[in-house]
Design a protein around this ligand. Structure first.
Ligand code: PEP
Ligand code: MG
Length: 307
């Protein structure tokens, strides 16, 4: 499931989710009046890991900037961005203000002492950005090792695929990744060139369009030889018909809003995965006029409710 606050963690037990596939660490920054200290960050991450017990938690480094403006962290005072979603945000901010990332890296590494740390970077656009962010973590790891601190047992580094350009790099990047997490909220707004926050466009393009599904299938196929875990962590995976479409693409890991976990699990139990995959292969080879209607009819014929 997706989470971002300490108070979200009890939902792991209520929903029966297998873990937290996206912990949005910027929430702590957004609800604070000042930059959260390293100690406060460490406390939050430790509490979340403790609450999750044996279940994995994937921490996403801060996705701030753009439209998630922090009054205490300004790029250029008074300089508004015309396209904040495509602007100075996420890893772009973190790499430039590497003090910010260093503090967060230290907090995550300390909080995960004796456990596995899963960390991923948002808005990776080119492989060097992933490498640079990982290097910040490795630098902090060396520092903690020197100080004889308890280190994580393992560190798994992942990238979020949100910027279409990264898809062209996946054969190069995949060997360096422990996992790939597809942020379909941002990815689809960039693929369609349609602002995800603009209500006028909310209904115009469909997550189940062949353009999206073909794109995602290409991603799955490209990383498959490397054995990279692929998760979809955008809202798309929390809708039953969309989740069915993703199963058809061979995606088996979803991180979704807690309320959707039960309904999507129930759907997954009803679906013959081999059958939906074969059907999806056919549909993507020759896309039907209305993919949504085609999928819905397929589900209805099998008594699977998808509304
Ligand atoms: C996404 O873009 O799909 C995503 C999961 O990140 P966020 O919604 O926080 O931008
Ligand atoms: Mg995103």
């Amino acid at each position: 499931m997706n989470a971002g606050l300490r108070d979200d963690t009890p939902m792991l037990g209520f929903t029966g989710a297998d873990g937290i596939g996206l912990f949005r660490t910027e929430f702590q920054f957004l609800v604070s009046a000042t930059l959260p200290s390293r100690e406060r960050q460490t406390r939050l991450y430790r509490d979340v890991l403790e609450a999750a017990g044996d279940k994995p938690v994937v921490f996403r480094t801060v996705d701030i900037g753009g439209d998630k403006v922090l009054p205490y962290l300004r790029h250029n005072e008074g300089e508004a961005e015309e396209n904040p979603a495509m602007g100075w945000r996420a890893l772009r901010v973190a790499l430039e203000r590497d003090g910010l990332l260093k503090v967060q890296a230290r907090a995550l590494l300390e909080a995960a002492g004796g456990r596995t740390l899963n960390v991923m970077f948002p808005m990776v656009t080119e492989p060097w950005e992933f490498d640079a962010a990982k290097a910040v973590f490795e630098g902090q790891l060396a520092f903690l090792r020197q100080r004889k601190k308890i280190l994580p047992e393992a560190i798994r580094y992942g990238a979020m695929l949100e910027v279409p350009a990264l898809a062209e790099w996946l054969d190069v990047l995949a060997p360096r990744l422990s996992f790939l997490s597809i942020g379909t909220n941002d990815l689809t707004q960039f693929l369609f060139a349609a602002d995800r926050a603009n209500p006028k466009l909310a209904e115009r393009y469909d997550w189940l369009s062949p353009a999206i599904l073909r794109f995602l299938r290409r991603v799955v196929t490209t990383v498959a030889p490397f054995g990279t875990d692929v998760t979809v962590c955008g809202e798309m995976g929390g809708r039953r018909l969309e989740a069915l479409g993703l199963l058809g693409l061979g995606i088996t890991r979803l991180s979704i809003t807690p309320a959707a976990v039960g309904p999507v699990k129930e759907l997954v139990r009803k679906v013959d995965i081999a059958e939906i995959r074969a059907a999806m292969d056919r549909w993507l080879a020759e896309p039907p006029h209305d993919m949504r209607a085609t999928l819905a009819a397929w589900a209805a014929e099998r008594g699977i409710e998808c509304d």
